[in-house]
Design a protein around this ligand. Structure first.
Ligand code: PXP
Length: 243
């Protein structure tokens, strides 16, 4: 089965918010991404609303036939918004105010957050959404994700993406691969993402059982020079040709 590409359009909204204008419009961007081959449209609604707004999510939900994938913290506010706007799937991510982007996976070993996480997962799943947890590529996290009732794990690839040197990269890829095998064995869906670009994505696309790659920053950055349609199309081609 071919690997799906989820295109994160947050940074279209980042540009719009820089001027508090109506353009560039994330809905228009989502339409171009879909035409160019994006399988999912991905957005992260942050507590500080620095890019995507609730109104964008409503418009994306109503204005196009997208597979809409929402990244969000497991707060009561976000669970209520997801339950109302009903994306097709949700990825629960850690979020802190001062970060410029998600710093890594959820720490599922902390018991208290795990309890509220379990409730959030169960509420979202009961409302009909597929729930993934963004985790670092470690066996313990994969097992905990299963125990908490998630459908899928999204393995954080930022450590791999940041690593320089062939041996270290191979080590990081092996961590992803091992976590992926375990997820598959536990019958969890397997996604990966964060920090992936046109140079480093192929090796991740070759990891067995990966069903979906979620990519934002590199695609939107390239789009400034090539246009969005070509940027998405180029990424699709690399992923399709990786196997
Ligand atoms: N996956 C998750 C869970 C994320 O939080 C993000 C960033 O919003 C991405 C994938 C995409 O990361 P990048 O923008 O570095 O491609």
């Amino acid at each position: 089965m071919s690997i799906k590409l989820g295109v994160n359009i947050d940074h279209v909204a980042t540009l719009r918010q820089a001027r508090r204008e109506v353009e560039p419009d994330p809905l228009a961007a989502a339409r171009v991404c879909k035409t160019a081959g994006a399988d999912l449209i991905v957005t992260h609604l942050r507590h500080d609303r620095r890019h995507i707004q609730e109104a964008d999510l409503s418009r994306l939900r109503k204005g196009g036939k997208f597979q809409l994938h929402l990244e969000m913290a497991a707060s009561a506010e976000m669970v209520a918004i997801a339950s109302r706007l009903h994306p097709d799937s949700v990825c629960i991510v850690p979020e802190s105010q001062d970060e410029v982007t998600t710093r890594g996976g959820l720490d599922l070993k902390k018991t208290d957050p795990a309890k509220s996480l379990e409730k959030a997962i169960s509420r979202l799943r009961r409302a009909g959404m597929e729930v993934s947890l963004f985790i670092d590529p470690e066996a313990a996290g994969v097992r905990l994700a299963k125990n908490l009732g998630a459908d899928t794990v999204e393995l954080c690839t930022s450590q791999y993406a940041r690593t320089l040197g062939r041996h270290r990269q191979e080590f990081e890829l092996e961590r992803l691969e091992l976590a992926g095998y375990l997820a598959h064995e536990l019958r969890l869906g397997l996604h990966a993402g964060h920090g992936l670009d046109y140079h480093n994505v192929a090796a991740v696309a070759r990891i067995p059982h990966v069903a979906c790659l979620n990519i934002g920053f590199s695609i939107i950055s390239r789009a400034l020079f090539t246009g969005l349609r070509a940027a998405v199309g180029d990424m699709k081609k690399i992923i399709a040709g990786a196997g």
